[in-house]
Write a protein that binds this ligand. Sequence first.
Ligand code: AMP
Length: 139
Amino acid sequence: MSDCIFCSIVDGEIPSHTVHEDDAVTAFLDANPLARGHTLVIPKAHHERLNDLPADLAADLFAAVHDLTDRVEAAVDAEATTVAVNNGELAGQEVPHVHVHIVPRFEGDGGRPIHALIEERPDVDDDELVDVAAAIESA
Ligand code: AMP
């Protein structure tokens, strides 16, 4: 897509610090990193959300994420990583081209786990868990 910043990176029109490239996927350092080694992994084809990816491209994307997680940790000597997708504008997605964040985590980095995303959790009883699980299973 012509006005997509990540498509421009794929097309070489905008420079990036590329750390991986194959036929379907590329990965580069985040320009405004949350931590040293913060990497973004994207499909080369333009799709806005994870849900929009064809299954084979989703498999390629997550194969690259799987491979890169170890390499990123090794490169910056991180003990762990937070791997996350802001999937949709409401979830905080600013660039509308699917990207997986690999954020290296270090002792005392002040970062939080994914459970810190939402402060007020819903009060859900077991019947509701059953209903929601059935709805997801049959959707
Ligand atoms: P999100 O909020 O999940 O859409 O994250 C978008 C990420 O893209 C942010 O972490 C930005 O720092 C990063 N970003 C935006 N433009 C560039 C760029 N030209 N090169 C590398 N990273 C970028």
